[in-house]
Design a protein around this ligand. Structure first.
Ligand code: ATP
Length: 343
């Protein structure tokens, strides 16, 4: 089976072809890069309307050149969660493409796709999943036919919390890679210094299985206003935020008895986060996997891969029931493609 996936929940217009027979994924993406500030929903939607037809055309042309006119067996699209104006453009494109190609339509939950791609690439059987993305942060575990939310942010997504600080200090979007670079530079300079790195005391908020990032963004902004060196703030921000995620991930492993952890989402590209999670898993004899970067940030490859599993399970959508859902939660999705598995 070959599935054409389309992603466009927020900033990344992306199309992909997944060939299940060879397990190969071709991805074409065109990111929206705001001139200043964060992601503006209207500008992001304007970007989607221009970029989606182009990335779809590139993938479809490559697919038909290799496999002929029947190159695509199904069209999968990110149905939510995300920005409504962007999702509607992607939904319209997917419906019309499925109609033109006369193939089934598959509606994919973007957050479940972030996590299923880790399960797919790792070959893990039944992992706990940590999604560390821009607009979200949650721990998921599979139980009784669904991905249950074991813990989640009570306010901002993890990437958005970091980006809030970088906007405050005037850095362009996305801020996460710049915080990572500044923290690494600060750490290596501090290592050469006899006193070592200074860890600022920032709010560390974990309540049961949930966590909060809004206080830490504000405290980091206040520290910048008070003249604390930016590298020290970036280092401290990462250490606190990633320790919160690692603590809750460890508790999720402990609660479920799972011995596999997969990481997903754009923030998962951060080396320090992966290092902390890998060390925690190592200490408890659990296996850890984070897919390669092209499958971590928003991408249509993960939509096409999960779309293929759903299509194979007959989990397709009639056009009349294919409305997008900006608040689509992962635990709303009946997991049709893992039949027979339960925790
Ligand atoms: P969601 O998937 O929840 O809809 P999103 O659409 O914002 O979120 P993602 O691609 O998952 O998209 O994540 C983007 C986020 O990842 C941004 O907030 C960005 O700052 C962050 N990010 C990217 N690279 C890094 C990095 N190296 N370290 C930390 N954060 C990073």
């Amino acid at each position: 089976m070959r599935v054409l996936g389309i992603e466009g929940t927020a900033w990344c217009a992306s199309a992909a072809l997944y060939d299940a027979e060879t397990d190969s994924v071709l991805i074409e993406s065109d990111p929206y890069e705001p001139d200043s500030g964060g992601i503006h929903p209207r500008e992001a939607a304007e970007h989607m309307s221009e970029a989606i037809p182009e990335v779809v055309d590139r993938v479809l042309t490559a697919a038909e050149a290799e496999h002929g006119p029947d190159a695509v067996d199904a069209v999968a699209f990110s149905r939510g969660p995300g920005l409504g104006p962007c999702l509607r453009i992607v939904g319209t494109a997917a419906r019309s493409l499925a109609g033109t190609l006369d193939v089934p339509l598959v509606g994919v939950n973007h957050m479940v796709a972030h996590l299923e791609i880790g399960r797919h690439r790792s070959g893990f059987d039944n992992p706990v999943c940590l999604n560390a993305s821009g607009a979200n942060a949650h721990l998921l575990g599979f139980h009784d036919g669904r991905y249950r939310v074991l813990g989640e942010t009570m306010d901002a997504g993890v990437g958005n919390a970091i980006d809030k600080f970088t906007r405050h200090v005037g850095w362009s979007h996305p801020g996460g890679p710049k915080v990572e670079a500044a923290a690494a530079e600060y750490t290596s300079e501090a290592e050469a210094d006899a006193d070592g790195a200074d860890l600022l005391d920032l709010p560390y908020v974990v309540k049961g299985m949930d966590f909060s990032f809004s206080g830490i963004s504000s405290a980091a902004n206040d520290a910048a206003d008070a003249g604390v060196p930016t590298g020290e703030i970036c280092f401290s921000l990462q250490e606190h935020v990633f320790a919160m995620l690692t603590e809750v991930a460890e508790r999720a492993l402990s609660l479920t008895g799972a011995d596999e952890l997969v990481l997903g989402g754009g923030v998962a590209q951060n080396d320090r986060l992966r290092e902390m999670l890998a060390a925690m898993c190592d200490a408890r004899d659990a296996d850890f996997h984070a897919p390669e970067p092209r499958f971590l940030r928003d991408n249509a490859g993960m939509i096409a891969v999960l779309g293929a599993k759903m299509a194979a399970a007959g989990d397709t959508l009639p056009i009349a029931e294919s409305a997008v859902d900006p608040n689509f939660r992962p635990d709303q999705v009946p997991v049709t493609w893992r039949s027979g598995e339960s925790v």
